[in-house]
Design a protein around this ligand. Sequence first.
Ligand SMILES: [Zn+2]
Length: 200
Amino acid sequence: MTSAEPPFPNLYRSRLVSENDLRSCVVCFKFTTTVMLADNKADFFYVCAGHLKDTNFCDPIHSDEYLGWIRERDRLYKRISELKRKMDDEAWNKYLPTKWIGKSRAKDEDKNKHKADDDDDDDEKKTDEVMMKKMNKELETVLDKISGYSSKDFKLNKDVYRMRLQRYHNQKVQAKRQQEIQSDPGFFPQVPTNKLGDRE
Ligand SMILES: [Zn+2]
């Protein structure tokens, strides 16, 4: 083995444990029930849920579903603002005095044609209003989903991750040393075979 594969990847999933299992947070030592578990389960630590929102500590890894909602939200924002602009323009044109648009319009077009145009405009306005309502409803739904979402997967800040690796390494070294001590009969002074007070 030449390459130094880390013993666990920088990918953690947050879990909640019961109140009985709470332990102190690695950052502020307050008791917490949130545990971060490395993807291959080789490392875990307790941390307050609040620190998970701090990008100096970690970054959330968003699910595809969440990213889909964000795309949908942006698409709706764009379409709503386009439609709103169109509706505002039309409303403005409708009430604009005819002389501003051009005298010829009123004079040249016959009355019936005018009436038909107005009906078309009304129909279009209605369709736009229905569409606007529909899109606002869709937007509300997607915003609810976004605000109710919290990521469960995180990537630690590289210094925090390095500290986890260092800690893991130290524990391994310590455990190895402990094992050596226990398996070395010469390490501890021997109990004298001739106990004090023993007599032939
Ligand atoms: Zn804390």
